[in-house]
Write a protein that binds this ligand. Sequence first.
Ligand code: JEE
Length: 242
Amino acid sequence: MRFDVVTLFPAIFDGYLTQSLLDKAIVRGLVEIQRHNLRDWAEDTPHRKVDDRPFGGGPGMLLQVEPTVTCVRDVDAMCDVPARKILLTPQGRRLDQRLAEDLATSDRIMLMCGRYEGFDQRVLDILQPEEISIGDFVLNGGEVAAMTIIDAVVRLLPGVLGDEQSSLDDSFSRGNRMLEFPQYTRPREFEGHTVPDVLLSGDHAAIAKWRAEQSRVKTIDRRRDLLPENSKPNHEHPNQRS
Ligand SMILES: N#Cc1c(-c2ccc3ccn(Cc4ccc(CN5CCOCC5)cc4)c3c2)n[nH]c1N
C-alpha cells in the first residue's frame, strides 16, 4: 500500500516513519509513504504563501484552493494507481475500526492534512475527498490524524504484524466489539500483586472462559455501547464510499 501525505509540515512525520513496526513494513516493501509539501505548489514565490483570510470575515486563515487542487492533482498523477483521497477535518466521519479495515483494502491513499482553519470549501467541492475525523476534539492540523490513520491501517495489512492473529483478536476488529481481558507476564508476583491462578493452570478451556468473562465485565462497566444489543451503525459521511 502507498500513502501520499500532503502537508505543510512534512518533518512532523520524520520520527514516526522510523518507528519499528512501520519502518520494518516499509523496508519489507509492504508500505510506501511519500510526503508532499503543499508550499511547493505555492504560486506566490518567494513567500510561498498558500493561505489567506476568509471572505466574509472570521478568525484565522484558510488554505487556498489553487495550490491545494493543483498539488493533489499532481500528486495523484505521480503514480498509475489512483489515490483514495482522504481529507482530515473535525467535521468528518469518525474513524473507527470498521473504517480502518475498509481503508486497509485500498492500494493507495492520499491524506490531505490541513492547517489554520482548514481548506477553502472549493477544495472539497472540486476534489470530493472522503472527510474523516479521529474524534470530537480539535487538533491544530491534520498531521496527527493522518499518523493515526496510517497506524491503524498499516497494522491490518497482511504480513505486517508477526502474528496475523493478533490484529484479528483486537478489540473492535472485524466485528469484535468487546474490550480486552486483563493480560499478565513475568514475574508471577510483584509488590504482592499476583497473576490470576487460572492463567497458570494450563487449562485452556478455563483460561478462555475466564478471559471471556473478564472482557464481558469490563465492557459492561466501561463501554456498554459496544455490546451487541446496544450497537448503532457509524453513519457514513456523505462523501464516504459505501
Ligand atoms: N481529523 C481530524 C481532526 C482535526 C483537524 C483536522 C484537520 C485540520 C486542519 C486544521 N485544523 C485546525 C482547525 C482548528 C479549528 C477549526 C475550526 N472549527 C473547529 C471545530 O468547531 C468549529 C470550528 C478547524 C480546524 C484541523 C483539525 N481536529 N480534530 C480532529 N479529530
